[in-house]
Design a binder for this molecule. Structure first.
Ligand code: SMG
Ligand code: MG
Length: 366
């Protein structure tokens, strides 16, 4: 295809409840949306998963927008026969910026698949029509509030609970929830909040039969994760550390991770995500689909990915109502703990333009 127009739009959308992690408290989401239009007039949408501030990863919304305008869009704009598969190759010389690149690749892919009338799920190799939902629970003010919040999700039917932890909010929080729900699938996510010397403390989590502990140490501390994995029984699962197929392969080889959280934004797109999935399937490593508080645009695409056969653990792919009073697409509604995988062409959803315009804080057309 030839790109005719690229629209970059920033929206601001409130969350239904604050989301506190070891690195920030989010009360709303600022999201950079990409809309491409090709020579046929076909439109492709995507969402850049970077946060407003570079706290989860080095990328941040305003930086991503600048990066797109300054370097990435000019590199793509003049191509005559651009395909989504070309995008990562063309953008490779520009180092880093996986989330930014992923957003451009996905918008091009959406338009490409709409032109061919193929769903993203089919394109990626999905084998499921619905996916089991997990939910990520932020750090609460106290254990009573944590128990209340978890109860609301268990009652809603979520099939896996993930608790955010940090030093001082870990053993007691997990103990509380495990005692209330002796059988529920439970895991924790530290977002790099611990250090190598915390293996004793983290070992205390072994008694709670957790599915995994996500990213306990610094994103660059692969050796530290490998050492920790030998000390504790709970499986270590890397999130922030895995930014490419290569880094996934290295971490597996070094035994720093025995489960992988695949987030398409973090690894540079859906095409790279499938490669990581395939690597893991070949090595009997379970994977699951992470979340970045996406709107319906990103959620639709994540559900397509989570429908691949290697995604055997429930992901952070929760219903729209877990995040927003009103989503920018048709809401994703959970039924019996599952979300349906969109079947329409491309990502299978489009935004409600009236609502989108209402919450737009910046729009530029290139
Ligand atoms: O999308 O439900 C969601 C959030 C899942 O916990 C989640 N994401 O480290 O896995 C993670 C975090 C990253 C975003 S925190 C603002
Ligand atoms: Mg995580």
């Amino acid at each position: 295809m030839k790109l005719k127009e690229i629209e970059l739009r920033r929206i601001h959308i409130p969350l239904v409840r604050p989301f506190r992690t070891s690195f920030s408290t989010q009360t709303s989401r600022e999201v950079l949306l990409v809309k491409v239009t090709n020579e046929n007039g076909t439109v492709g949408w995507s969402e850049c998963v970077a946060m407003s501030e570079p706290l989860y990863s080095p990328e941040y919304v305003a930086g991503c927008q600048d990066m797109m305008k300054r370097f990435l869009i000019p590199a793509l704009r003049d191509k005559l026969d651009l395909t989504a598969e070309d995008v990562p190759i063309i953008l490779k010389p520009f180092l880093g910026w996986q989330m930014t690149k992923a957003a451009l690749e996905t918008a091009v892919l959406d338009a490409q698949l709409r032109d061919r009338n193929v769903s993203l799920a089919t394109y990626l190799g999905a084998t499921k029509s619905k996916v089991a939902c997990g939910v990520s629970v932020g750090i609460a003010n106290n254990l009573t509030e944590l128990a209340e919040e978890v109860k609301s999700y268990v009652d809603a039917g979520y099939r896996r609970i993930k608790l955010k932890i940090q030093p001082g909010w870990d053993i007691e929080a997990v103990k509380t929830i495990r005692e209330l729900y002796p059988k529920i699938a439970l895991q924790v996510d530290a977002n790099q909040a611990y250090s190598r010397s915390d293996s004793g403390r983290l070992g205390k989590l072994d008694q709670f039969d957790l599915l995994l502990i996500e990213q306990p140490l610094d994103e660059h501390d692969i050796l530290g994760h490998a050492l920790l994995a030998k000390e504790i029984k709970t499986p270590v699962c890397l999130d922030e550390s895995i930014t490419s197929l290569r880094s996934a392969e290295d971490a597996l080889e070094l035994k720093a991770t025995s489960v992988i959280n695949i987030k398409p934004g973090r690894v540079g797109g859906y095409i790279e995500s499938v490669k990581i999935h395939n690597l893991c399937v070949g090595r009997n490593i379970p994977v699951w689909c992470g979340g970045m508080l996406e709107t319906g645009i990103g959620r639709a695409a994540n559900l397509a990915l989570a429908a691949l056969p290697g995604f055997i653990l429930p992901g952070d792919t929760s219903a729209s109502s877990r995040y927003f009073k009103k989503d920018i697409t048709m809401p994703f509604i959970m039924e019996d703990g599952y979300l349906n995988v969109p079947t329409g062409a491309g990502i299978g959803v489009t935004p409600d333009m009236d609502y989108l315009n209402e919450i737009t804080i910046d729009k530029e057309v290139i």
